[in-house]
Design a protein around this ligand. Structure first.
Ligand SMILES: Nc1ncnc2c1ncn2[C@@H]1O[C@H](COP(=O)(O)OP(=O)(O)OP(=O)(O)O)[C@@H](O)[C@H]1O
Length: 358
């Protein structure tokens, strides 16, 4: 397994890029730790595959370098980098048995048969494939075939990293959940460097130690699931992570507070220089405090609706011309006439041109 270092990495498919939007991957310098599970998360077209292909060696970046354990591998092939890959659709040999399929990457590298057998059985056990080991792969369901594909990626313990490109696309929702947990367990047991590409926040947050959120070619934040939730460094992270995402309102600065349509909302950092830019105030629905008018610092709101979500309630509130969401506990009372909200300073975020200021 390897530490992966991106050194001023960037990629444009244009022959002569001149502006940021010409880049499928904008300038990135970062170090990814050995043995950790990473997810690359973002919507279609944000640059996930471009970065993954650069890591695997399928694409040579137009700028910068990739280093594995300090060694420049920017121009090395996937084989030379010693990378295992699992794709969206099963890549297996239909005429071979499940055992032969799992053993293939090891036998190909002349691993001694006793080690092949031990590792194949270990991986089969972890993926619930033991009962199928003697079956021909072609007889199996698409789910089982994709499990074999994942097993072929996991079977080698000598790889620098294992890359998963939306591996659960063909899997039914229930099995998806089970496999995600399995992958997580396998990671905890073997401590392999894993990189998992997905556009699904649940997949990313349940699988990874660290999630890299991508937006329009830029990696807008790399953080633990908790960091992404509690401290979104970019409005896109606030919006993309969470369900529903962060409440955002345009605002101006007024000394130690933000002004939303003339309403003063206190900020945690009281010394923000007003150097221009477009400001927005953000607060996650989970942190909006619903109370009654008359409570100190509370701003009157109108309750537009309340959705019962089973384990919690989601209130829709009007504050001036803005609509906000507030997640409430199941048993919390919602005032019908005199509702008001408070913005706890710790969870009230100020963004300038989409980037977190405080
Ligand atoms: N070979 C290529 N030539 C030109 N432009 C490309 C090429 N591959 C990708 N792009 C463009 O680069 C941008 C990033 O694409 P990329 O495939 O990396 O995103 P993605 O997040 O993986 O999306 P998806 O999940 O849809 O694959 C997109 O605007 C895409 O159109």
């Amino acid at each position: 397994m390897a530490t992966i270092h991106f050194d001023n990495l960037g990629h444009s498919y244009h022959p002569h890029p001149s502006k940021p939007t010409d880049y499928a991957l904008r300038r990135l310098s970062q170090e990814w730790e050995d043995g950790k599970a990473y997810a690359l998360l973002g919507p279609s077209g944000c640059g996930k595959s471009t970065l993954l292909n650069i890591i695997s060696g399928l694409l040579v970046p137009s700028e910068g370098r990739v280093l594995f354990d300090g060694l420049d591998v920017t121009r090395c092939t996937p084989e030379e980098r010693n990378i295992a890959q699992v794709f969206q659709f099963p890549v297996i040999y239909d005429t071979m048995t499940v055992y032969e399929n799992l053993a293939f990457p090891l036998r190909n590298r002349k691993v001694p048969e006793a080690d092949v057998d031990r590792r194949v059985r270990q991986v089969a056990e972890a993926l619930d494939l033991t009962a199928d080991l003697k079956k021909r792969a072609q007889r199996l369901t698409p789910d089982a075939k994709q499990k074999i594909s994942m097993g072929r990626g996991l079977v080698r313990s000598d790889v620098a990293a294992i890359l998963f490109d939306e591996p659960l696309t063909v899997i039914d929702p229930h099995t998806k959940w089970i496999l995600r947990r399995k992958l997580r367990q396998i990671h905890e047991e073997y401590r392999l460097t894993m990189i998992y590409v997905t556009h699904d926040q649940v997949e990313a947050l349940t699988f990874a130690d660290k999630v890299a959120v991508m937006h329009e070619g830029a990696m807008v934040q790399l953080g633990t699931p908790q960091e992404l939730f509690e401290n979104p460094e970019h409005t896109f992270v606030g919006y993309f992570i969470g369900s529903p995402g962060i409440n955002l309102m345009p605002c101006t600065l007024g000394g130690d507070h933000a002004l939303v349509e003339g309403i003063a909302i206190p900020l945690a950092d009281r010394a923000i220089p007003n150097v221009g830019g477009t400001f927005e105030l953000g607060i996650r629905p989970e942190f909006v405090e619903l109370t009654r008018t008359g409570t100190a610092g509370a701003i009157p709101v109108q309750v537009v609706g309340v959705d019962d979500l089973g384990t919690s309630k989601l209130a829709t509130l009007r504050m001036g011309s803005h609509t906000l969401k507030a997640r409430l506990s199941e048993d919390q009372e919602v005032p019908a006439l005199d509702a008001a909200i408070r913005f706890p300073t710790r969870w009230t975020k100020l963004y300038r041109d989409s980037h977190l200021v405080s």
